[in-house]
Design a protein. Sequence first.
Length: 576
Amino acid sequence: MNWEQLQTIFWLRWRLMRNQWARSGGLGAILAVLVGLGSIGLALAGFTGGLLGALFGLADARPSLISGIWLGVTVVFLLFWLIGLLAELQRSEAIDLQKLMHLPVALGQLFVVNYLVSHFSLSIVIMVPVMLGLGIGLTVTRGPEWILMLPLALSMVLMITAWTYCLRGWLASLMSNPRRRRTVIMCITMTFILLAQGPNLYFNLLPHARDHRASRDQNAALQRSFQQLAAVQAFIPPLWVPVGARSLAEDRVLPALYGTLGCLGLAALGLRRAYRVSLKFYSGQTGGKLSPRPPPKPARILPAATTAAAGSRFLEWQFPAVPEQSAALALATFRSLLRAPEVKMALGSSCISILFAGSIFFLRTPPTLTEAIKPFVATGVVAFSIFILLHFFINQFGFDRDGFRSLMLSPVERRLILLGKNLAFWPLGFGLGTLTLGLITFWLRVPLLTVAAAIFQLAALLFLASLGGNLLSILVPFRIQPGSMRPTKLPALAMLTMVLCQLLLPLALVPVFIPPLLELLWHHYDLPPLVPVNLICSVLFCSAAAAIYWLTLPPLGRLLQRRETKILGVVTVEVE
């Protein structure tokens, strides 16, 4: 361990972080302090809860109960870890090894630093203190041999994090090849969705699971399920923790020791593999040993006129009542979104999740909802589709990156640029909204007038989302890292804006529920039932939203023209 090198690199990392905080006006430092204090508070709360639970609730508990508690803690940790892995599948490095490989530094210690820093997540902050509190409490109440639960639980966490780090490095090496990037991303998306939906598929789709659930003797069936789970735990490394807890409750120490040694061995194997993958990735040997590239085959030359006609047909589409500049920009942006693998992954995962959830609901008996409740359900469905696409609307220039220079240098009016950007995202909103609305209409037998009203509500929400997205995209832009939906070291103000948007969006969606509420009040006071109040109010609401959107385009275009140089500096330059 070269402490001088490590100290110098830490000092450099700290200076870079201070420069980022200085550029954000000190807001980044304040947010970092708040996040640190919140993490410490969560860790103390988890440790205290685990300690008190073990001291006052598990002193005389049965072995099955103790094993079940440790099984629950392990499963919750794995669930949180899987959610975090889905949120950030690509590995984030605190220290870029590629910039240091030409220097005489010890890469092994830097690899360990990156491994430790990259796994500072919510699952670690909450669940590891809970495990430590449970282990210490059981040691105090049941005997000193329970101290073995601490290395067993920590070795399990080490094993999971090591192989997760190896998985992220392996995926990074695979996706370095552009030809395999899309296939890898779609396969990963499908795999994680199937894993996340596995319990739902088992309990709702498989016939034997439904028959098993509907059996008369449910207690006996539940007991058999627990016995089968206990028999399988010994073959699943993360579940060696509840196996060790049960063995210690039965005065057997060796299973806990064997589980600790096994987890440590698997963790060492995962770290060794991750280190080798990282070295190959940063040295350019992503596919293993470098082999000479075969000579390229002569390409078939096509006529220039045929190629130009085939390639430009889509971008030459015209739309009625839409300026030519806005239509061209909308088509170009929409084509770039369809070609981006990260956008495909985000949209594909959303659509597949909706289809999985819909297939599960369709196999059940529809709930008996009154006709007065169905309009609220349809409105909530279209509002949910806008919520899924929120990150596209609030950062419309972050996906352009270096391409934003073309927009800045073009002689097109800035309000037409905003209109073109908004039109590019409308097919995504309408596609996802109509998909969810169609599923809920088929399942609940929603009336056609309610469906038509929901479509106008969806259009109104798209107008309002475009208006708010234009303002946020101009004032708080941030760069999206190529190949992922993750921002490139998100500035503090942008991070705070995203959090506030997520928290305040339900309040912003309240006006769209006014038309079904007015229809409910109309029927409550026994007014003429043939009047489609929901549809009429939805049309008026959509018209008002469209008028407000059109009137705000010129001032927002002028604001874009004043701030376009700052936006260019944010979306084109990678943050250090």
